[in-house]
Design a protein around this ligand. Sequence first.
Ligand code: CP
Length: 314
Amino acid sequence: MAFSHTDLIDINDYSAEDIMRILETAVYFKGVNERKIKKLPTLKGLTVVNMFNEPSTRTRSSFELAEKRLSCDSLNFGGSSSSTVKGESLIDTIETLSSYKIDMVVVRDKHAGVPGIITRHTSAGVIDAGDGKHQHPTQALLDLFSIWQKVGHLDGLNVGIVGDIGHSRVCGSLIPALKKVGCSVTVIAPATLLPARPEVLGVDRVTSNLDEALPELDVVYMLRIQRERLEGAPYPSLREYNMLFGLTQEREHLMRPEAIICHPGPINRGVELDSYMADHPQRSIILDQVYGGICVRMAALYLLLGGSEHGITA
Ligand code: CP
């Protein structure tokens, strides 16, 4: 059955069934990634533009690798090497690239809303790879995939998201995605790192007390302090932030025996996570999230580019 979307801009546009279809397809691609020969001819002849106007390690590398493993042609573009530095507008840029008869644009930009604007100036599909403080939908999908693979289910899990909620595009996609698949969500943050009206988050609980919340959680999702997006000083010092909101070895006794730790990366070690917790062999699934990134991005590219109409070509 054809997938009902050609763009991935806002996770709120996706139903729980759409989300689970991507995760189930990612299981197939996980199998492909575990083979010696990891390349499939599935998207041969299609062209994807990766337009990264903001730094990225995980998202960019996993999209590029996903495209290579699906045999599509990739055009890597963006930042200071493009004619935008000569004053060319975003719209002229995207219309120029679209003249090459491209099939998909994967875009990261520091401005919220850019992926949505691009959809109006290209007939190609568009995937939001992170826009300002708005959304990062493939991150949410890989997070769900990694938790699902580790725990075995999503429905009924208590997930705590700790840290810089207000500046986080990861939260913008992760909270609605978790709610759609039946998780209970607690956010844990100082009031200065929450939206002015926390009720807009649509979560089950908001608290500033990590120690009180930890014993309730099946999944502890730590967020990076978005230093590049902070205005003023929302906490007295990084040391104090770490004392109140850092997931440290001293706090492990407060965690459920089976509770797991997630982080979207990059980690500020010693701020939101200490190395004991970040590298915890039983609890940390941070590198599983990175691996889930390629499986989920292969699945998203495959479904959004209509691969399901032809069946997976193994
Ligand atoms: N999680 C994430 O988006 O990481 P990058 O900024 O390295 O892509």
